[in-house]
Design a protein around this ligand. Structure first.
Ligand SMILES: *Cc1c(COP(=O)(O)O)cnc(C)c1O
Length: 397
């Protein structure tokens, strides 16, 4: 997946444009910048990549989720439904606004189970945030139906799924708002960066102002701009945007390489009767950033993970015991270990997590193995990897 694997002259050229005039800031300094507007150019490029009306670049994927929720007016005391399997950024971004993360079970799509979502809705629920983990998606039609029936916002965290599609539409462009990350290990990277996408003009204008101290961005004199509402600084720099501009142009090439490598590995594993694959909803096409498969149970998945290491296979994980991606080990969250006081509402919600059973999620994550697809492998390396993976699995089942 990581864009840094294929990094070179194109990225260097874009960055040098910025270094040549020294304007590292995305707003203002019109006279000095020699016509270079890298952040604006990347936003325009992403509009066509994601087939969306509006793109707002921000400083990270975590910022993108927070800015997206804020732009739709979500804040103190509002509940946001999110999956048990994600990256810690999901609850961080929700809690930054004083909103309450409500964790619900995943199904074999490895993200939100629409039935679990429906069961978790209360009078305080404002949004459902699906996290399209490991390059694929949930049942977006079913989730959209739940959201429209209950008048909730559907937010897509597509940070790991750039390039994937659902019924022909890019992931991230289907809900009311979509979020992307361009951190160092994502499919395309800026070093650090993120984006909020939406077809809603109001959310876009809000995101644009909110991510830059509430500046209205009217006219070309920054000092004369007013602040219609409070904001913070979640800006991307021109240097980071320049890297992303080179990378995004290579996205189709990146996805094609991922698909080729994924297919070789998947075909090799498909012959093993004990192996089954992650469920991809009808009409969905993965970004092929990861290959996810299931084994019969947790014990076998753990043994296979160990056997992979012994056979020299790196970058494959069983997330059941993982600190970053699965609810089981999020002790700092459950214990509400905050540097500053949290509201009693949030503390109560977090404390409830200590006793909540997520047996459906445990069953899915326990059996799953997730393998990163690297772009830098040679064809020979992928083929060798495929045979080693098969040998490792066969050694334990
Ligand atoms: C990487 C990631 C984020 C956060 O992105 P950063 O740019 O690192 O802040 C959020 N959600 C998911 C699913 C991610 O993988």
């Amino acid at each position: 997946m990581p864009g840094f694997e294929l990094f070179g002259d194109l990225e260097r050229k874009e960055v040098n444009d910025v270094l040549d005039n020294g304007v590292l800031m995305r707003y203002g300094f019109d006279g000095m910048r020699n016509g270079h507007w890298k952040a604006k150019a990347l936003e325009t490029e992403l509009q066509s990549t994601f087939q969306t009306s509006h793109v707002q670049l921000v400083s990270s994927g975590t910022a993108a989720v927070s800015v997206a929720l804020a732009s739709a007016g979500i804040g103190a005391g509002d509940e946001v439904i999110m999956p048990t399997f994600t990256f810690v950024a999901s609850f961080e971004a929700i809690m930054m606004l004083g909103a309450i993360p409500v964790l619900v079970d995943i199904d074999e799509t490895l993200t939100l189970d629409p039935k679990a979502v429906e069961a978790a809705i209360t009078s305080k629920t404002k949004a459902v945030m699906i996290v399209q983990m490991c390059g694929s998606m949930g049942d977006l039609d079913a989730l959209q139906a739940v959201c429209s029936k209950n008048n909730l916002l559907l937010v897509e965290d597509a940070c790991q799924a750039i390039g994937g599609t659902y019924k022909g539409k890019p992931l991230g462009s289907i809900g009311d708002l979509g979020c992307f990350s361009f951190d160092f290990v994502k499919t395309i990277t800026c070093g650090e960066g993120g984006a909020v996408i939406t077809n809603n003009e109001t959310y876009y204008v809000n995101a644009d102002h909110y991510s830059d101290h509430g500046h209205d961005h009217i006219g070309s004199d920054r000092g004369a701009e007013t602040h219609p509402f409070l904001g913070y600084n979640f800006r991307i720099s021109e240097l980071h945007a320049a890297v992303g501009l080179a990378q995004v142009k290579r996205l189709p090439e990146f996805i094609a390489i991922q698909k080729k490598h994924y297919t070789i590995l998947r075909n090799a594993l498909a012959d093993i009767p004990e192996v089954s694959f992650r469920k991809v909803p009808e009409g969905g096409e993965e970004s092929y950033a990861f290959l996810n498969f299931f084994l019969p149970d947790l014990e076998t998945a753990r043994k296979v993970t160990t056997a992979f290491k012994e056979h020299g296979i790196d970058a494959c994980w069983n997330y059941f015991d993982n600190n970053w991606h699965y609810v089981r080990k999020w002790h700092h969250l459950k214990d509400a270990k905050s540097l500053y006081p949290l509201t009693s509402e949030i503390k109560a919600a977090l404390s409830k997590l200590k006793t909540t059973e997520f047996s459906q999620s445990d069953a899915v994550i326990g059996r799953n193995i997730s393998c990163l697809i690297k772009m830098s492998w040679t064809e020979e390396e992928v083929n060798e990897r495929a045979s080693k993976m098969v040998a490792a699995i066969k050694s334990v089942i």
